[in-house]
Write a protein that binds this ligand. Sequence first.
Ligand code: SF4
Length: 258
Amino acid sequence: MGILFNDLVFGPLQSRRLGISLGVNLMPKAGKICSFDCIYCECGWGDFQKESGLTRPNADAIEQALETRLKELHGTEIEPESITFSGNGEPTLHPQFPDIVDRVIRLRDLYCPKAVISVLTNGSRIGDNKVFAALNKVENNIVKLDGGSQACIEAINLPHYAFDLTEYIEQMKRFEGRLTIQTLFLRGTHNGKRIDNTTEEEVSLWIGHLKAIKPRRVMLYVIERATPEQDLEKLSKEELEDIAEKVRALDIEAEIYA
Ligand code: SF4
């Protein structure tokens, strides 16, 4: 069982990486919709049969819910520092994502102009020009890169489409450094297969991708909550710090969350 968000707008929550963060969930309350099915996803395993019957909230409903909440929060101590697209799945899969981004920018400018807009994305739709243009309008894109080799990333993220790592990296390069990369480091097994994105080889390939993408920041994580795959190991802070040092050696900011 995973945790699903029940509201279109949730929080604000105090986030270690985003400060006071108001979440915007573009996905259904009843289940996850995602192009990946990560073995560590806090929403739990995806369910394709269920997914096809789920209805996403429309842009009007999201705008109304966000405006109501921003009015309530305006001028209070918990006025958001970030309006954050996250929730039950991949936000860029919403067919109205570009329109919703424009509406969220308008409301941010009106009610909390100092807040940044953040998008937590798995990067699967950056190749769509409308999605890419929308992402370029926000200040804080946080894109997933969970390993160095195609095989390792596929084993961790379980993409539902013909994932091509070379293409994925090329799409990230289009941001010209205006993005943050987030990586969850883990070891474990899934369906009898050993998974480890912390090996020397994986980390070295991952570092090579960072050199090509040149992100402004890298966030390194470990497992924090219950995961759908039970057989996963949480890394120590020291191990994560060792990997972060390799990122800093590239003159890229690295933050660890362990
Ligand atoms: S990309 Fe995010 S929402 Fe999608 S399966 Fe992975 S962790 Fe879950």
